[in-house]
Design a protein around this ligand. Structure first.
Ligand code: 13P
Ligand code: SF4
Length: 328
């Protein structure tokens, strides 16, 4: 492991306390902010200027007056920040922090697919590349997708991409005319229904809460379905003493911080003996890499201006609609 990090230029001999000290010094000097997704390691969430879900992070990126944004998340999130704040330096500490869901929707395939559906409004999840966003009418996140679809006229024909689970969930709830791209997030797709049902038998008082990227079978047995921010909010306002949490395990940190007396049980994946389900892309970001990112100005997100301007329109539309609908 050390050799791999050395080879990729990530070897640093500092303790965590020293790293945090250096990060704090550098972020002040560079007028930088660190934005972190709920799926990041706890130690990163604890040093971030802001921790949130995809929607909240894009809202922060759009309004910050920092000169530099260090994105502790995955590539499409940093790219979205750059699209919204083109004059700022946006850094991602590891360029290999990708997303299997974004990868499941390639530009040429999607462009050809859309030719079959003229007259449709194209709604894409934020988990897409800038190129896919440029082919889209409205971007959404798991926080606002349902409300955005509901707010459109009832007879509007919709193409929804790329997550089939979120798309089918919205289609079932709203009964809208939706054509859905067949993509999925490998993390949410691999939860084990069998293991979740066993956990529920062992903890009958626990409520099952699930992210809409999970398979339909999980969503059907869930007591609550929502984005990471919505799941967190649900546990804060609800009176159950335990929850089986069906999303990436990073979110448990905020849940436990907010309600240490409650029992938060991570839902396990079907393909390993691990109790938790981690996104290996999210977990590529480390304190060391954040330190190196600030020190060396790496890795900067750059984009062709024409593409950026095209991708910005559907994101701005999402932000405006979210504001109108009161979704934060
Ligand atoms: P939210 O941040 O919208 O909950 O989405 C989760 C996710 O999978 C991000 O990659
Ligand atoms: Fe992508 Fe899934 Fe990882 Fe989120 S959890 S970044 S959707 S692979």
């Amino acid at each position: 492991m050390i050799d791999v990090l050395k080879e990729r230029g990530f070897e640093v001999n500092l303790t965590n306390d020293e790293l945090i000290h250096e990060i704090n010094k550098l972020r002040k000097e560079c007028n930088a902010i660190i934005l972190a997704h709920f799926y990041q390691e706890s130690e990163i969430q604890d040093i971030a200027d802001f921790v949130g879900d995809s929607l909240q992070l894009s809202q922060q990126a759009a309004k910050t007056d920092a000169d530099v944004i260090v994105f502790a998340g995955v590539h499409f999130m940093a790219e979205t920040a750059k699209i919204l704040s083109p004059s700022k330096t946006v850094l991602i500490p590891d360029l290999e922090a990708g997303c299997s869901l974004a990868d499941s929707c390639k530009y040429a395939d999607f462009e050809a697919f859309l030719k079959n559906y003229p007259g449709h409004t194209v709604i894409s999840y934020v988990n897409t590349t800038a190129e896919i966003k440029a082919l889209t009418d409205i971007i959404c996140t798991s926080s606002n997708a349902l409300e955005i679809v509901k707010s459109l006229p009832e007879n509007e024909k919709i193409v929804f991409a790329p997550d089939r689970n979120l798309g089918n969930y919205i289609k079932t709830v709203t009964g809208r005319d939706m054509v859905i791209w067949d993509g999925a997030c490998h993390v949410h797709q691999r939860f084990s229904l069998e293991k979740i049902v066993e956990l529920k038998k062992e903890n009958p008082a626990a409520k099952i809460i699930a992210h809409p990227e999970c398979d339909k079978t999980i969503l059907l047995i869930a007591d609550f379905v929502g984005s990471t921010a919505a799941m967190l909010k649900f546990t804060q306002g609800d009176n159950a003493s335990a929850y089986i949490v069906c999303t990436e395990s990073g979110i448990l940190h905020q849940m436990r911080k907010s309600h240490p007396e409650k029992n938060f049980i991570p839902a396990p994946p079907n393909d390993s003996t691990c109790a938790c389900n981690d996104c290996q892309f999210m977990k590529l970001i480390t304190l060391k890499k954040i330190y190196l990112s600030l020190k060396n100005n790496t890795f900067e997100i750059t984009m062709d201006e024409n593409l950026r301007a095209k991708a910005e329109k559907p994101i701005r539309r999402m932000l405006e609609m979210s504001e109108k609908l009161g979704i934060k």
